[in-house]
Ligand binder design. Structure first.
Ligand SMILES: Cc1cc2nc3c(=O)[nH]c(=O)nc-3n(C[C@H](O)[C@H](O)[C@H](O)COP(=O)(O)OP(=O)(O)OC[C@H]3O[C@@H](n4cnc5c(N)ncnc54)[C@H](O)[C@@H]3O)c2cc1C
Length: 180
């Protein structure tokens, strides 16, 4: 559906013996190591989702300024200006959240909750912003002539991989409420 430049495939390991000297980390600690890796990767996915949303807004602004309907550029309409304002609010909020999670990561501080929020929020708003960008392009937005349909398809996977956004909400709730 999207991220067509990323090659997705199965990795199959059969009858595969790994020498003990190749052990990464401590024996029996694989799951916590994997979870820590996810904490980092989720923040990075938040960066990419924010970037997709930013590009969608940039494209929508450029198009809205030059597309003339009923005698004036469509972006002169307050309804569309408000759509852009909402995009800007969401993108800036996602950027700040991602930056906060990255700062914690750089300082080796715990960031499980913050990285889950960054990934979850940035990917949710990327879907909203790319969908609104398609709307601003009207019928052309639905065609392959312009890039916004691609951005919408690319945004969707960020709600699914590195743990779905339902799983992020489980992580966020657990780190907010405690185990309950
Ligand atoms: C293009 C692409 C690239 C990918 N790249 C990678 C990769 O690099 N590495 C990797 O490991 N995986 C990768 N994945 C796999 C991806 O991480 C999984 O698809 C994802 O974890 C969801 O698992 P699933 O598809 O089995 O969905 P399921 O687990 O079957 O979930 C289906 C739906 O049910 C919901 N659900 C399931 N359990 C619960 C629950 N307990 N509470 C609430 N809701 C729940 C899910 O959130 C989801 O909405 C990739 C997938 C795609 C499509």
């Amino acid at each position: 559906m999207g991220i067509r430049t990323s090659n997705t495939c199965d990795v199959v390991l059969e009858d595969c013996r790994i020498p003990a000297s190749n052990l990464i980390g401590e024996e029996g600690k694989g799951f916590p190591i994997a979870m820590k890796t996810l904490d980092q990767a989720r923040t990075w996915m938040g960066c990419v989702a924010t970037g997709i949303a930013q590009r969608a807004m940039d494209e929508a602004i450029a198009y809205g300024k030059q597309r003339v309907q009923f005698g004036r550029p469509i972006l002169k309409n307050q309804a569309l200006k408000f759509k852009i304002a909402d995009m800007a609010i969401k993108i800036e909020t996602a950027r700040q959240m991602v930056a906060y999670a990255l700062t914690l990561m750089d300082r080796n501080l715990p960031h499980t909750k913050e990285s889950a929020i960054a990934k979850c929020y940035a990917s949710d708003i990327a879907m909203e912003v790319t969908s609104d960008a398609v709307q601003i392009f009207g019928g052309y937005g639905y065609s392959r002539e312009y890039p916004v349909e691609k951005l919408l398809r690319d945004a969707k996977i960020f709600q699914i991989f590195e743990g779905t956004n339902e799983i992020q909400r489980i992580v966020i709730a657990r780190n907010t409420i405690g185990r309950f």
